[in-house]
Each structure stands twice: as C-alpha cells, then as structure tokens.
Design a protein around this ligand. Sequence first.
Ligand SMILES: O=C(O)CCC(=O)C(=O)O
Ligand SMILES: [Fe+2]
Length: 280
Amino acid sequence: MSQPISPELREWLVAQLAAGHSVPALRASMRAAGWHDSATDVALAQLEAGFPNVEVALAPARTEMPGPDLDGAPLYLDAGDRQVQVLQTMRYPRVIVFGNLLSVEECEGLIAAARVRLARSLTVETRTGGEVLNVDRTSDGMFFERGENEIVARLEQRLAMLLRWPLEYGEGLQILRYAPGAQYRPHYDYFDPNEPGTPTILKRGGQRVATLVMYLQEPEQGGATTFPDVGLEVAPVRGTGVFFSYDRPDPVTRTLHGGAPVLAGEKWVATKWLREREFK
Ligand SMILES: O=C(O)CCC(=O)C(=O)O
Ligand SMILES: [Fe+2]
C-alpha cells in the first residue's frame, strides 16, 4: 500500500519543479540521497508520465485501500469458499486480474436472475445527481440489492474477504449485457469532484475507491476491458475479473477504462464498486 509523502517532501518537490528541475534529475538526486520511498516513486512516475497537475500528483493519497494481500507474490488467494488465482498485476495504475473468481453455475445464475430485469443502462448523472440514459454506454443493465439472493450474498462475502474491504462498503452488484455493437466508452468510475451533483452522491458512502468487473459470459469477439492510458486490454474470460483501485478522484490514477465494442456474441459482466465508507 502506498504511504503518503510527507508535507515537507511535497513542498520541496513542488519547489524543485517550479525552479525548473526535471523529474528524471529529481529522481536521480533523491536516489543518490538514499530515498527509496514507494510513494515518492509513484508521484514521480505520475509527473514523468506528463500528468499536468503537480499538486494532485503529490497530494497525500488515501492510505487505506481495498485490495488483496499480495505479500509474498502468491499465485492463489484464499477467498473463504474459493481459491482465487492471481493472473496479472500492474502497479500503476493498480490493476489485478483474477482467475477462478466465480463458478460457471454462479455466472449462469446471475445472468438468469438479471435477464428478466434488464433495462437500457442508466449512468449516474453527476450534473444533477439523478440518472439518465447515456449514449456512451450502449449496454443494458440492472442492479441487485446487496445480499438480494443466495448467489449475490455468497459472492459479496467472497469479495469482501478477497479485497479486504467491508461488505457494507460495497454498492449493490450491477449487471450489464452488451449485444453485438454495444460498448462502454472510456470513463472513470469515481465521481468527478468538479460536477455540481457530486456532493449529493457522496452523502451515501463517500467516493468510489475501487472497481471489480467480473465476466459472466464471454462474447465470441471483442468486448475487452481497456485501459487506454496504459494500453492494457483485459480479455473478458468467463469466471475471471479485473480489479482496479483509485486512491484519489483524479485522472492521475490512470484508471480511465472502458468496455470495447462487442463484435460478435454477447458479453455479460457484473460490476462491484467499493466506497470509502458504508453504503447504506
Ligand atoms: O464492461 C466492461 O468491460 C467495463 C464495465 C465498466 O467500466 C463499468 O461497469 O463501470
Ligand atoms: Fe467503469
């Protein structure tokens, strides 16, 4: 977990950058002075990657974040009723691809329960705090209540243990179906702090801090989850899932992501969003 940078170091870095020193030069002099702080590395990497907002890049990050315990580089993680595979990890942005997350029966059960309740997907309209039809997302979707049925409840317990985040901090599971041609254009899952509707949304559970997209049915072609900032594409393989977290509501997290167009077949996903506090 990345620790916050001290205020003194932040001030110093900002001053050095303002004085025209380059990021690689700063990194080199810090290394030479014995600095091997992961928080500083992350901040410098952000600056180097061209993120314009120095203050945001160097601001203290949230320290408590959801995510599995990857100490010792395990290949499998104990999620209570299931041994989940660690297939891929990326440090920045924080992305983890899990295998063996759901059984085929669980995938099919969720689809069957959701199918009868699908409506054209709504996304939260941050301008007003209400919900609207969104042209950026051409899938159909619905939400389960937390613990609504046996499969949902079992899955939520598993995810709480795997991601070490209280079940009560999670939103209800969202199910999306993408028909051929459907897609979800690149977006951030956190709520934009600059939108007037955001304070209303944040009253219930605070910010989103992480997302887990689970693949319930794979299309025949297309439908990867893409992270355009880093050129990553995660294949939508049934029973697997991609987790990503964002320690501040800012593009500097590089968590821009989308669902690429489905070219053939149907793609179904379940999305679990984690909030910073209890989501009542
Ligand atoms: O369908 C996908 O691959 C991405 C879904 C997504 O971004 C979301 O549900 O917020
Ligand atoms: Fe998303």
